[in-house]
Design a protein around this ligand. Structure first.
Ligand SMILES: *Cc1c(COP(=O)(O)O)cnc(C)c1O
Length: 219
């Protein structure tokens, strides 16, 4: 199993590099999504030299990561799942980046906590590019004004994140995210998962979020 994880990293990084270069972009950063996997599997990835990880639940991350962080310096941990305002304090203490900034109430809570803690997590606004009612994220039409409100709160937004609808061609959603971000002069784009990280890389993702293709199926 541990050999397999190491091999998967090699294969996926090579594929990302090829796809990014093909699109004329620097290689996207690989966020290893470790949600649903235990500390042993994460440790294997860390021992293989990987340092960039994603988790979708604050609570789960708070159990798994504090000790690993002490043992493996240089870690970068991204929150890629929804953030409730009552977990903002814990999230800011745990994560180096929050990719799911999606509403004003959360922006306000983050602004307060960032000021209080002195920590400055990297922030991505999540965009609901497919305009799916069941999905979180800012609608494309509301992005510019939300971005301005975040700036008004003193939040330093670095980029955008999206999760395309499962039944649609992801490429058009990735292209839309790039276009929206370009209009706001944003430079970072978290897009692409196990099934479509190459497409995302070729379209200029700076971060791809890959779980299953590295660690296998989740329990
Ligand atoms: C789980 C998850 C991923 C990784 O999905 P895989 O298909 O396992 O690669 C990426 N992004 C988000 C937001 C996720 O919740």
């Amino acid at each position: 199993m541990s050999d397999e994880i190491g091999q998967n990293f090699g294969t996926i990084k090579a594929a990302i590099k090829a796809a990014s270069l093909l699109g004329g972009h620097p290689p996207a950063n690989l966020i290893a999504v470790s949600k649903g996997h235990g500390v042993d599997q994460i440790r294997t990835a860390l021992e293989a030299g990987h340092r960039l990880f994603g988790e979708n639940r604050v609570q789960e991350a708070s159990v798994k990561w504090p000790q690993l962080r002490e043992q493996f310096p240089g870690l970068e941990l991204h929150l890629i799942g929804p953030l409730q305002t009552n977990k903002v304090k814990l999230a800011v203490s745990l994560f180096d980046a929050i990719e799911t900034l999606d509403r004003l109430r959360l922006a306000r809570a983050l602004s307060v906590e960032i000021e209080k803690s002195g920590k400055t997590p990297k922030l991505f606004i999540q965009v609901n590019t497919g305009e799916e009612p069941q999905k979180t994220g800012v609608l494309p039409s509301g992005l510019a004004s939300f971005f301005e409100e975040c700036q008004g709160l003193g939040l330093n937004v670095s980029g955008l994140m999206c999760i395309p609808p499962v039944d649609e061609e992801p490429a058009m959603h990735f292209a839309l995210l790039k276009k929206l971000g370009g209009g706001l002069d944003l430079k970072e784009f978290s897009m692409g998962m196990s099934g479509d990280f190459e497409v995302a890389s070729s379209l200029g993702a700076t971060h791809v979020r890959v779980g299953t293709a590295i660690f296998g199926p989740r329990r």
